[in-house]
Write a protein that binds this ligand. Structure first.
Ligand code: C2E
Ligand code: CA
Ligand code: CA
Ligand code: CA
Length: 279
């Protein structure tokens, strides 16, 4: 039994070090990607339900790897967070999203706001607010065109500092959305303290609405909660007409999902906007 244990231990360490080597290789690769500008943003339209107009674009990062092809954010954002590289990646996203959106604004495209995802670690970095201000100044994008998507988990951490930063950003005129709302297991009391403008209903609560599988009680509660607190509400992951109809009937403000539009490259987006009106 003893030797068996020893053996198992060996296998375990071998796996661990392999994983460490992988992570180290990927960390170096991420640094290289930052230097060589291998990241791109895709944009997913957010649609106003009552008018069908595009009222926002969510910026979603992809890594266009030189040899490995396109890498999903789910496969590199966690490592970027662990290694701290998220600060640099996040600053790139903010700067790029603001610059592009201002460019489209100048061309006369009316697209509402551009929404940028923030990870908690990025938000808690020492000079986060300055990074945002710099992105706005450099791009000349007025703050009311920028929306920051934060997660519920952030609201549970270092509350005073988070509150201060959010308050400052909100006073600048940009808006704050809570992403994946309903999945964070946090108390709702922060909604009273924090300057939140929008709730994004997580797609797990949207999946079966409008079908006989789900009466939509949670989604309906979130819509009412948002409106009772003078916030906007957007449903994520809308893939079917039935879901959209149901959300319309419940008074949901905005929708986002494959049923309306998948995330698009800049070229695809412009093609869509300059072709016939789709929405
Ligand atoms: P998220 O913020 O919840 O973004 C929504 C994700 O759902 C996107 O995946 C989007 O492509 C996908 N999606 C959109 N419509 C539908 C639909 O109808 N059905 C389904 N099943 N999925 C839909 P994506 O682009 O792979 O991004 C995954 C996650 O990576 C994001 O989740 C976000 O947490 C993170 N992420 C993306 N870009 C950034 C970024 O710039 N910074 C940070 N920190 N995180 C990012
Ligand atoms: Ca998001
Ligand atoms: Ca989300
Ligand atoms: Ca998510």
């Amino acid at each position: 039994a003893k030797s068996e244990g020893k053996n198992r231990y060996k296998i375990y360490t071998a796996q661990m070090s392999e994983r460490t080597v992988d992570a180290l290789l990927m960390e170096n690769d991420l640094r290289r990607a930052l230097e060589q500008d291998e990241f791109i943003l895709f944009y997913q339209p957010q649609v106003h339900l009552r008018t069908g107009k595009i009222i926002g674009l969510e910026a979603l990062i992809r890594w266009q790897h030189k040899t490995k092809g396109v890498i999903s954010p789910l496969d590199f954002i966690p490592l970027a967070e662990e290694t701290g590289l998220i600060e640099e990646v996040g600053a790139w996203v903010l700067a790029h999203a603001c610059e592009r959106f201002h460019h489209w604004l100048k061309q006369g495209l009316s697209l509402g706001k551009v929404a940028v995802n923030l990870s908690a670690r990025q938000f808690r970095q020492a000079h986060f607010a300055e990074t945002v201000v710099e992105a706005l100044n450099k791009s000349k994008l007025p703050p009311q065109y920028l929306e920051l998507e934060i997660t519920e988990s952030l609201t549970m951490q270092d509350t005073d500092e988070v509150l201060q930063t959010l308050g400052y950003l909100n006073k600048l005129g940009l808006s704050i959305a809570i992403d994946d709302f309903g999945t964070g297991y946090s108390s709702l009391s922060y909604l009273k303290k924090f300057p939140v403008n929008k709730l994004k209903i997580d797609r797990t609560f949207i999946h079966d609405v409008g079908s006989e599988l789900d009466d939509g009680a949670i989604a309906k509660s979130i819509i009412d909660l948002a409106h009772n607190m003078s916030m906007l509400v957007v449903a994520e992951g809308v893939e079917r007409l039935g879901q959209s109809r149901w959300l319309y009937d419940q008074g949901c403000d905005q929708v986002q999902g494959y049923y309306f539009c998948k995330p698009l490259s800049e070229n695809e987006l412009l093609k869509l906007l300059y072709s016939e009106k789709v929405f």
